[in-house]
Each structure stands twice: as structure tokens, then as C-alpha cells.
Design a protein around this ligand. Structure first.
Ligand code: F6R
Length: 616
């Protein structure tokens, strides 16, 4: 949720830390801070409540803080209100240990009491201060080095963390450790960088180490040494990241969200081409990269999909597509529920987890729960080297590139096509699809990027529509089947960035209670891409219109009879109906975006939200 950055090198650390933090600000943004050390001097700690620019101002863009070794943090409050006092870095009273932390220490109360018995006092309400002081306690009590003191702390704390600390006795060094919270370390030209996410340091290096779970590292100028929990050195492979720094910048768009909406055709094409190959004259799914075989797919008895938020919504689409094409039963579960409800899994149940970040705590826990039951897990995941990517048995790597806007768009779209591709591969393995039909479906899928371009070309009309409705209080999205799954995503896109209350309803369900909320002028958006359900949803739209609703309808070109009912109609190109979500979601993303902009809100960093939800 929060972001951390570290630097050791010949340059001044503070500007590098501020620059890195600015790339992570989307993860959490109620306060920020840094600690920089000049040679053997004590670290200078500067903190500011509010946005990163406040910290930048306080430090004269970093120029006022000298030294080549430092750590920085942007905070999204979990323990204790957003304030300068609770902002990181935190330190022991004698400045022996200074550190920053992402994640949550679950047993911090118990540890705090233990430390209080040893005369430690606390100035903040944070779990981080407890962790830092516990390291200090072990360091002094056992008179050990930093790695042993951190290892002892890691054994004692429960929860998740990515932590970076500096010790008074070890100038020019940063010590880091992680458990269930992301962290990367990069090297270039004798300088060493550390961050909770790749975009923070990509401008400086694309040579990255992924530190493993429950591992530690010592960062020196241009050098990293990794350790396991026993304090033994471990070897790590240096990975080259293909994302360029430009891809993590706004590229001329006013907001990352708009940039990412426009990147959808390209990233969909990349994702499709990574696994759909020519075989003779036909197209077929090549499972090599994913690592699952046709034989293994053939043996799948049923599928459980576990994910959160928008990723869960793609699972809802997958449920319809997989059951229809492959005739394999699918259950979709919220990952936060799956982990605690002792789900019934057959030995041949394939569990699919879907995650952009690959670090969502609940989804990671669902993956581990499934694996502990002996089930195979396939992950649809965007971030290379993330915890979910590393722990899954099979990985469908979506190629959305870095997604910065908190509200997902391009990663969601890539997750959708990954689901279609798996549905097609499964249907083929199960003998439900011949090569001709496989080729037809894949050919149609490859036409989706061009069709999305066409929708984007007509976006001005949606801007006009959105400006008319920027002050509504309630919006309802209704649809049936796949259209209902699209509504779930459309509704989330609107509410998370515009702060307007909205709900998605299966169109036939509205009259069982919720219809009482419809009054004069309530905006109801119907999605009608499934021909077999078109008339049924139109009837439900008529029901709300007669209660005063203003109707907007989203359907495919050709279904012009919608205009007899809807006050405003939006058309998307025709496609195979299994793939309809990929097109119908685009106008809904744009409506959410334009309404947020016309309300003057912070589109890319909506209040209370963070990009990567690494706490449960
Ligand atoms: C909404 C959104 C969230 C994420 C959810 C899961 O726009 O982005 O609902 O989809 O937090 O995140 P990942 O995919 O990283 O597991």
C-alpha cells in the first residue's frame, strides 16, 4: 500500500528518493518522509503530512539534505492517523536504527508491551516504530550484527513487511528484509537502488534483483548481498526488465488512466500474440509459456477462480465463457472469502487466481490455501517476479506493462483476454471445440484491438454525456449474463474515481427490492450485448423508466431498436458474444473517467485507495 525507496551511491540520495517516491505515490499518499546519511553522521530525518510535494518543498527538492545513503517512504495510514508523527522513517531513541516499512505487523501490541518492559517508550501509534525498536533491542541485547538482529526480529513478528533500515554503526549501508510484501533491488554504475515497485527505480536501472520471501539483503555502493533467515549468504539472479521508464510516465495524456485506456489495443495485441500462434493456416493456443499441458487441462474436473475487485469481475466473465465453451463447471470466489471459508475442492479442481499486482494479500492467501490442499494453481498475473507469479504452478503472464492509475483499465482488459484464451484451450482439450472453431474464435479475438480503437475514436460523445451527469447521486448498472459481469466493472470504475454511489445489478433482480431506490432522474445504464438476453434486459429497463429513471444503453451496432427505450444509446462494434466484455467495458471506463474529471477529482489517485492491496 505504502511505497519505499532506498539508495546508496556517489550521488546525493535525497533527490533520487523523492523521484522514486513520486513514481510510487499512487500506492499511498497521506504523508511521506526520508532519512539521509552523510558519511558517518547521524541520519537526518524529514517528514511531511500530505502529498509528496510538501516533503519536496521542505527539503528544497532534496537539495537541503546531504548524503549518499538514504531511505524514503510514502504512507497510506493503517496504524494511527495520517500525521507527521506517524509518518516514516521511524527510529530508536538513540538513532541507532532508522527504518521504513510497508505492510502490517499483526502482533505489534504484544511486541510493544514486551519492549515497554525493557524501558522502551513510543512516540507514534505505528506498528513500524515497534518493529524498528525490536531490531534495536535484539541488536543490543545479543550484541550481534544487523543481519542477525533483523533475522531475530523476523522470527518474532507476524504479518507482512518490506522493511529497510540503516544502523548507526554501519554507515553507507542499508539493510532490507521482506515477507509477503514486494521489494526489488537494482544496480547500475556503482550505485544501488531499492524500492517496493519497479517503476520507482526504472529510470535509473533495469537490472533488478527480486529478493525472496523471508530473505534479507545488505546494500552497499554498487553491491548487494542476500541472506536467508539463518544468516547464510544466498545467490540471486539479476533480471533485465523490458519496461522502459517512458512506459511508466504519462506520455502526453492528462492522467495515467486516460493513457492506460488508450494503451488497451496495444497491450491486448501483445498479450494475445504471446500465446496465440500460427499453426499452418490456422491460429491455435500455444500453452508452452503458461507451463500447463493439454493433458493436464483434459484432467481438470472443475475450476475455482479467486480474485479481488476488478480481477474478480474478470473471473465473473470467465465463468460464463468457460462454462459455455468448455462445459466445465466454474465457481468464482472473492479471494478474501475463499481463504477463510474452507472451500470444497476436488483433487482435480484447477484454482485460477487473477491479479494485476501479483501481491494482493487475499489473492496470495487464496493461492496458498489451494496449494496447501494439494490443488494446482494457475495465476493470471501482470507483474513479473511478483509473489503470486513466483508461487503459482502455472503462470499466464499478461503484458499490460506498468499500470499506474489506481483504477485498473488495461490490466483488467488483459485479464479478460487471458480468460478467453484459457477457455478456448480448455474447450479444445475437453473435445468441445474443433480446430476450425478454435481458429474462428482466435481470429475474432485478434480483431478486438482494432475494434477498441474505433470505440476510442468516438470518445467525445461520451465526454458530453458524462458532463451532463457529473452531479448525479446514484447510478445503477443492469445487465444479464456476461452483461451483468460488465456492469460490475462499469459500476466500480464510476464509484472508485467519481465518489458517486453506484450499484451493479443482474437486470432481473432489481425488482426484488432495489427498484424502490429508483426515482425521477436516477441514471440507469443497461448493458445489452448478448442477443439472447436483449429483449429481457430491455423489459427491465422499461420497468425503471416508468419509475422516472433516465436510461442509457450500451449495445452492439445494429441493435438500433434500443433507441425506442433508451434516452441515450452507445454502440460498440459487433464481436463474438463471448468477448463482448472487452468492448462494452471501454465506454464504461470512459464514462467513469470523464465524470471524475468533470467533478475536478484526482482521477489517478482516488481517496482512500491504494494500487496494491498488500494487507487483508
Ligand atoms: C479497481 C482495482 C481493484 C483491483 C483489486 C485487485 O480499479 O484496481 O479492484 O482490481 O484491488 O488487485 P490486483 O489485480 O492487483 O490483485
Amino acid at each position: 500500500m505504502c511505497g519505499i525507496v532506498g539508495f546508496v551511491g556517489k550521488k546525493q540520495a535525497a533527490p533520487v528518493l523523492l523521484d522514486g517516491l513520486s513514481k510510487l505515490e499512487y500506492r499511498g499518499y497521506d504523508s511521506a518522509g526520508l532519512a539521509v546519511r552523510n558519511g558517518e553522521d547521524e541520519p537526518v530525518i524529514v517528514k511531511a503530512k500530505g502529498r509528496l510535494k510538501d516533503l519536496a518543498e521542505k527539503t528544497d527538492e532534496g537539495k537541503a539534505v546531504f548524503g549518499g545513503c538514504g531511505i524514503g517512504h510514502t504512507r497510506w495510514a493503517t496504524h494511527g492517523e495520517p500525521s507527521e508523527n506517524n509518518a516514516h522513517p521511524h527510529c530508536s531513541d538513540d538513532m541507532n536504527v532508522v527504518g521504513v516499512h510497508n505492510g502490517i505487523i499483526e502482533n505489534y501490541q504484544e511486541l510493544k508491551e514486551k519492549l515497554q518492559h525493557h524501558d522502551y517508550t513510543f512516540y507514534s501509534q505505528t506498528d513500524t516504530e515497534v518493529a524498528i525498536k525490536l531490531i534495536d533491542y535484539y541488536y543490543k541485547k545479543y550484541q550481534v550484527g544487523p543481519i542477525d538482529a533483523i533475522a531475530k526480529t523476523m522470527v518474532r513478528v507476524r504479518g507482512s513487511y518490506a522493511i529497510a533500515v540503516m544502523f548507526k554503526d554501519y554507515p553507507g549501508q542499508i539493510y532490507v528484509a521482506r515477507k509477503d510484501s514486494p521489494m526489488v533491488i537494482g544496480i547500475k554504475d556503482g550505485q544501488t537502488y531499492m524500492a517496493s515497485d519497479v517503476p520507482a527505480i526504472l529510470k535509473y536501472t533495469n537490472q533488478i534483483y527480486y529478493i525472496g520471501n523471508l530473505e534479507m539483503a545488505r546494500l552497499d555502493e554498487g553491491k548487494v548481498t542476500f541472506f536467508n533467515l539463518d544468516g547464510d549468504e544466498v545467490e540471486k539472479e539479476l533480471v533485465t526488465i523490458d519496461w522502459d521508464a517512458e512506459a511508466a510516465e504519462k506520455g502526453g495524456y492528462e492522467h495515467f488512466m486516460m493513457k492506460e485506456i488508450h494503451e488497451q489495443p496495444k497491450v491486448l495485441e501483445d498479450t494475445i500474440n504471446s500465446v496465440v500462434k500460427k499453426s499452418g493456416k490456422s491460429l491455435e493456443v500455444d500453452l508452452t509459456e503458461i507451463g500447463i499441458t493439454e493433458e493436464e487441462l483434459k484432467n481438470v474436473s472443475d475450476i475455482v477462480i479467486a480474485a479481488c475487485g476488478s480481477a474478480y469481475h474478470t473471473g465473473m466473465v470467465d465463468q460464463y465463457v468457460i462454462e459455455d465453451l468448455a462445459k466445465v463447471p466454474v465457481r468464482v470466489e472473492l479471494a478474501s472469502e475463499f481463504r477463510y471459508r474452507k472451500p470444497l475442492l476436488n483433487p482435480n479442481t484447477l484454482v485460477i487466481v487473477v491479479s494485476q499486482s501479483g501481491e494482493t494479500a487475499d489473492t496470495l492467501a487464496a493461492l496458498r490455501e489451494a496449494k496447501s490442499r494439494g490443488n494446482k494453481v494457475l495465476a493470471i498475473v501482470n507483474v513479473v517476479g511478483s509473489s503470486i507469479a513466483r508461487e503459482a504452478d502455472y503462470v499466464f503472464q499478461t503484458l499490460a506493462g506498468p499500470e499506474i492509475s489506481v483504477a485498473t483499465t488495461k490490466a483488467y482488459s488483459c485479464q479478460l483476454v487471458a480468460g478467453y484464451i484459457l477457455a478456448i484451450a480448455l474447450a479444445k482439450a475437453k473435445g468441445q471445440l474443433d480446430e476450425k472453431k478454435e481458429n474462428e474464435l482466435l481470429t475474432e479475438m485478434r480483431s478486438l484491438p482494432a475494434k477498441i480503437e474505433k470505440i476510442l475514436d468516438e470518445k467525445e460523445r461520451l465526454q458530453w454525456f458524462a458532463s451532463k451527469f457529473s452531479n448525479v447521486h446514484d447510478v445503477f448498472y443492469i445487465g444479464r449474463g456476461i452483461d451483468y459481469a460488465i456492469c460490475l466493472e462499469g459500476s466500480l470504475k464510476l464509484k472508485e474515481i467519481s465518489y458517486i454511489h453506484s450499484e451493479a445489478y443482474a437486470a432481473g433482480e432489481l425488482k426484488h427490492g432495489t427498484i424502490s431506490l429508483i426515482e425521477d432522474g436516477t441514471l440507469v445504464i443497461g448493458v445489452l450485448t448478448q442477443s439472447g438476453l436483449f429483449e429481457k434486459t430491455v423489459s427491465n429497463m422499461v420497468e425503471v423508466k416508468s419509475r422516472g429513471a433516465y436510461l442509457c444503453g450500451v449495445t452492439s451496432y445494429g441493435n438500433y431498436s434500443l433507441e425506442d427505450t433508451a434516452d441515450f444509446s452507445i454502440y460498440v462494434p459487433k464481436t463474438d458474444e463471448h468477448f463482448a466484455a472487452s468492448l462494452a467495458v471501454i465506454p464504461l471506463q470512459l464514462i467513469g473517467y470523464y465524470i471524475s474529471v468533470s467533478r475536478g477529482l484526482d482521477v489517478d489517485k482516488p481517496r482512500n485507495l491504494a494500487k496494491s492491496v498488500t494487507v487483508e
